[in-house]
Design a protein around this ligand. Sequence first.
Ligand SMILES: Nc1nc2c(c(=O)[nH]1)N[C@H]1C(S)=C(S)[C@@H](COP(=O)(O)O)O[C@H]1N2
Ligand SMILES: [Mo]
Length: 314
Amino acid sequence: MPIRLPKIPGSQITPREVFMDRRRFMQGATAVAAGLGGLATGEAVAEQVSAKLDAPRNSAFVVKDELTPKKLATTYNNFYEFGTGKGDPAENAGPLKVRPWTVEITGAVEEPMTVGIEDLLKMQLEERVYRFRCVEAWSMVVPWVGFELNKLVSMVGPTSKAKYVKFYTAVQKDTMTGLRMPFIDFPYVEGLRIDEAMNPLTMLTLGLYGETLPNQNGAPVRLIVPWKYGFKSVKSIVRIEFTDEQPKTTWMLAGPTEYGFYSNVNPAVDHPRWSQKRERVLPGLFASRATEPFNGYAEQVASLYSGMDLKTYF
Ligand SMILES: Nc1nc2c(c(=O)[nH]1)N[C@H]1C(S)=C(S)[C@@H](COP(=O)(O)O)O[C@H]1N2
Ligand SMILES: [Mo]
């Protein structure tokens, strides 16, 4: 079921009827000028799709290792909608239409709403330096700009039926050159348990290295879940749905024996075709490090899985 982007002019992106509780939303907003490099309003940013997005660094969430060069983080990507090669997204994602852009929040919530990207950009943004570990056994260290997903979740008020959260990537037939892929269905779908979605580490992300997300990194809004393999960090999100059923995710559907729902970074559980004990530290060809349980975030998240056999729930 392809998700069509609404064909509405940019000036009408956040009318009252689609953005139901803007005032409450705005309570969390910073003075936009402070966060957006001198641009006066969120609307100005909307037109200038690639823009500075400075946000104060939250020192409580900073991996001390050297940052991956920005050039590499923005040219070595996985975004299958634009091809399977690591260079394909940077080469092909330019035409992705990122304005107008709305995120529909639906399902088991008190207050379903459709949020315009401009309003997300007005949230109180911060920068966090997270290690990012791909299931392909490489890792990067990237400064992401965004806010805790739980802030958005509390605004919509999940009901008691909201056990899981399902995220959908946009489908743009006219810009996405990789949609006809055997074994993979689009839209790309990912999911989290509600407590994983509420964990302070889980970030709704709008930028990296002090600017808005390049298209190849999942513009204009993506998820970052640092204790899970990179494929959980779904890009170019248009819909967030609260459900009582565990979502069937893109990679579970493509290869159920290789990719589970949880996908926590775990050196003790190998991928059926390769080891997860170590990871290549990009951009180094030979630099490698031991993979840490939960990607180094065990202190913050291990308790979410107490009593679960993580070999079964991989
Ligand atoms: N929609 C969508 N989201 C996606 C992917 C994808 O193919 N499509 N790939 C995932 C994988 S496997 C990884 S490792 C990360 C890569 O993010 P990056 O390119 O910003 O490093 O995006 C994830 N999110
Ligand atoms: Mo990945």
